[in-house]
Design a protein around this ligand. Structure first.
Ligand SMILES: Cc1ncc(COP(=O)(O)O)c(C=O)c1O
Length: 444
């Protein structure tokens, strides 16, 4: 069974029959053995029956594919341990100076500072002015959680439960829950996705920034917007920043895909760096789940850019209290892997190369899917497939077409039409493209 159930890979129809038979099999054997001792004969029969079904080409001809995954997969549909991570893990295991004592409540200092540097840039004036600090968190989710808890307690006075928190429509589903769970009672959507033109609804976005209550909190995806894969351009970010500055709105960046979107760490951090250069005080939740492939190590960082050094000190001291009652002390392994990598020029270069490998595979799948749809003459424009970036793409398929893909083609995607580009491989892309073509041409 495990061979069939490869994540993101092919699951064949006869699986159901085989499972049934294998479950049935021990009962049959026992019954027959007890009845007349023909155990060996029934054993052979059962094996033959299973083999016939498994090797029947007609039954094998309906491949199922899942494009619903949330993580990176190789062209073989396998998870990928980054070579640089493997290397650093060996270094860590052989380092006799390390132990399993508790880390400081705010985390590993060399992790926190290097993580903040990759998002703000080595030469960030804010770092030079000692007004940048960080909290090591349990993944990007933990960073959002600590930031949300802090804002609910201290953002503007001591009771912020009524302060509106705006999340994009649509957004990563956990944003709503994390902020509500921290006590915010008014989590609202801001306009982001224009389904008609399959792109950013800039006018709607700017309109919501203009009309929201002053001082509202806005969660902005730093790059590779999940789930639409659509980011504002630098010019559009500038217009967004202008309104946010004028209206004194709070910026909470969520950076879960740095490097993954374009293959370049700097390019993917452009928006955050621009806002800092404009003098915003802000939070940035960073996740290293995707760009280091460290999903289960729960490694994230909450970068705090404060007004001044004193303000930073007070903020971190309150965050320390929040962490103490949340997870008390963070885990070390993932943070050590990231810190060792980011603090060595050679390993850092290797990591950037590994990230680029992942980003390039996604870009290749995007280019091939678009090209195949265009050459099939699939109605509609497919430029959005390559205009969007990062792991996810909003295909634009409507709910009925999605249902057709799932039921008739055994291609699994989200009801919203979102696919994970990493579910595509050089082996299944023709089938997926042909199925999209059939969905678009036969189902309205
Ligand atoms: C936009 C966004 N933010 C945060 C996260 C959470 O990341 P982590 O797994 O590090 O908690 C994700 C993960 O899918 C995400 O897509």
């Amino acid at each position: 069974i495990p061979d069939y159930v490869t994540p993101g890979g092919v699951v064949t129809q006869p699986l159901k029959h085989s499972i049934g038979l294998f479950f049935f099999f021990p009962g049959t054997c026992t019954a027959l053995l007890e009845a007349n001792g023909t155990f060996e004969c029934s054993l052979r029969l059962c094996f033959c029956f299973n083999l016939i079904i498994i090797s029947n080409p007609r039954l094998l001809s309906k491949p199922q594919r899942t494009l619903r995954g949330k993580t990176y997969r190789t062209d073989e549909s396998k998870p990928w341990v980054l070579p640089v991570v493997k290397k650093v893990e060996k270094v860590i295991v052989h380092d006799d100076t390390l132990n399993h004592e508790y880390l400081p409540i705010l985390g590993l200092p060399e992790f926190r500072s290097s993580a903040s540097k990759i998002v703000l840039g080595d030469d960030s004036p804010a770092i030079g002015e000692n007004r940048v600090g960080a909290v090591q968190c349990l993944g990007g989710t933990g960073a959002l959680k600590i930031g949300a808890e802090f804002l609910r307690r201290f953002y503007n006075g001591s009771n912020n439960t009524k302060t509106p928190v705006y999340v994009s429509a649509p957004t990563w589903e956990n944003h709503n829950a994390v902020f509500s769970n921290a006590g915010f009672e008014d989590v609202r959507p801001y306009k982001y996705w224009d389904a008609e033109k399959r792109g950013l609804d800039l006018a709607g976005f700017l309109g919501d920034l203009e009309s929201c209550p002053g001082g509202s909190i806005f969660v902005l995806h730093a790059c590779a917007h999940n789930p639409t894969g659509t980011d504002p351009t630098p010019e559009q970010w500038k217009r967004i920043a202008d309104v946010m500055k004028r209206r004194k709105l709070f910026v909470f960046f969520d950076s879960a895909y740095q490097g993954f979107a374009s293959g370049s760490l700097d390019k993917d951090a452009w928006a955050v760096r621009y806002f800092v250069s404009m003098g915003f005080e802000l939070f940035c939740a960073q996740s290293f789940s995707k760009n280091f492939g460290l999903y289960n190590e729960r490694v994230g960082n909450l970068t705090v850019v404060a007004r001044d050094a004193d303000n930073l000190k007070r903020t971190l001291s309150q965050m320390e209290k929040i962490v103490r009652t949340t997870w008390s002390n963070p885990p070390s392994q993932g943070a050590r892997v990231v810190a060792v990598t980011l603090n060595s020029p050679q390993l850092f270069a290797e990591w950037k190369d590994n990230v680029k490998t992942m980003a390039d595979r996604v870009l290749l799948m995007r280019a091939q899917l678009k090209e195949k749809l265009q050459s099939l003459g699939t109605p509609g424009t497919w430029d959005h497939i390559t205009d969007q970036i990062g792991m996810f793409s909003f295909t634009g398929l409507n709910p009925k077409q999605v249902e057709f893909m799932v039921k008739e083609k055994h291609i699994y995607l989200m009801a919203s039409g979102r696919i994970n580009m990493c579910g595509l491989t050089t082996k299944n892309i023709d089938y997926v493209a042909a199925s999209i073509h059939e969905a678009v041409t036969t189902v309205q």
